[in-house]
Design a protein around this ligand. Sequence first.
Ligand code: AMP
Ligand code: MG
Length: 355
Amino acid sequence: METEVLSVEKDGLEAVCEACKEVFLAGGLAAFPTETVYGLGADGLHGENSAKIYAAKGRPSDNPLILHIGERSQLDALVTEVPESAERLMDAFWPGPLTIIFKKSALVPETTSGGLQTIAVRMPSHPVANAILKTCGIPIAAPSANLSGRPSTTRASHVIEDLTGRVDLIIDGGDVPIGVESTIIDLTQDVPVMLRPGYITLEQLRSVLGEVIEDPAIRRESIIGHMNEVLHPKAPGMKYRHYAPKAPLTIFSGTEEDVIETIRSLADDTTGILTVDEHRAAYPAERTVSVGSLKDPESIAHNLFDALRSFDEMQVTRILSEDLSEADIGDAIMNRLLKAAGGSFVTMKSEKREP
Ligand code: AMP
Ligand code: MG
């Protein structure tokens, strides 16, 4: 398949929107930027069209897609009911990086919902995504625009690398602002359940809804201990190894000194090291990547997938990473990093005890 690449800067927003519309209405695939990561879109209301996404990504067909809409009025036809809790969340966070799970209407094919009777819906705030969705007028099924299992794409160059020859069109809209996927909340159960951490935090969800629980499968211990296998996660995507660079990745946790010392002692000249600006100078100049500053967790989210991908180019045989903070967006960052590591996580107990 021939893949056309258009750029918002060079070709203009209108041309880009029209090109996407043409592709989607013809049942094709187009990748475009959103505020979280790049999305790989297709017409979400015809199973034979959305099915092409699974083939292009090499994605298991039981891993459901998220429907993207440009206007709130598009929601009603897709779902059997809009609970009052959803109204409040949409008022607070739409358009934006929050995906809401509803009970699906008959209009939504099971190919799009991965065989489930529920459907995930999001209204992105990125001006390019929003303009494309408004121009098309149909709900667009769009998971992250990466090959299945690989780190999500946050730059157009990542999408070109993964999907050239597999999709009809790629829209270059520059680097995405956030860099980790949307927060997912399920409103089809008795109590709202957060299925995936993202830019919108658990605390923010609770400030709007009151009680919100976390799916046990997304907790740090679950990912480390079982890679979720025994927990039967509600978000099916959570059971697959995800976001992974080619070389195996191990995360080290403990005091700053212990972590740095251990990584330094284990690293040889085929080892990649993932660190932060504050610790960069402690490591060799080569094959060390700083993902951002501890003082600015949003910079870490923004750079994380690019950093993981950069190790592939360096052809390292393994990657040693520091534990990254867990506050606010740090929760989303560590969730992605732990999955990239396949749960390989080492906690070091300091030998220097307090008296
Ligand atoms: P991606 O867009 O690649 O991040 O993938 C979308 C993810 O959203 C899936 O892997 C699931 O984890 C989640 N998801 C989508 N639809 C549903 C649903 N109906 N119920 C639960 N989780 C869902
Ligand atoms: Mg994905």
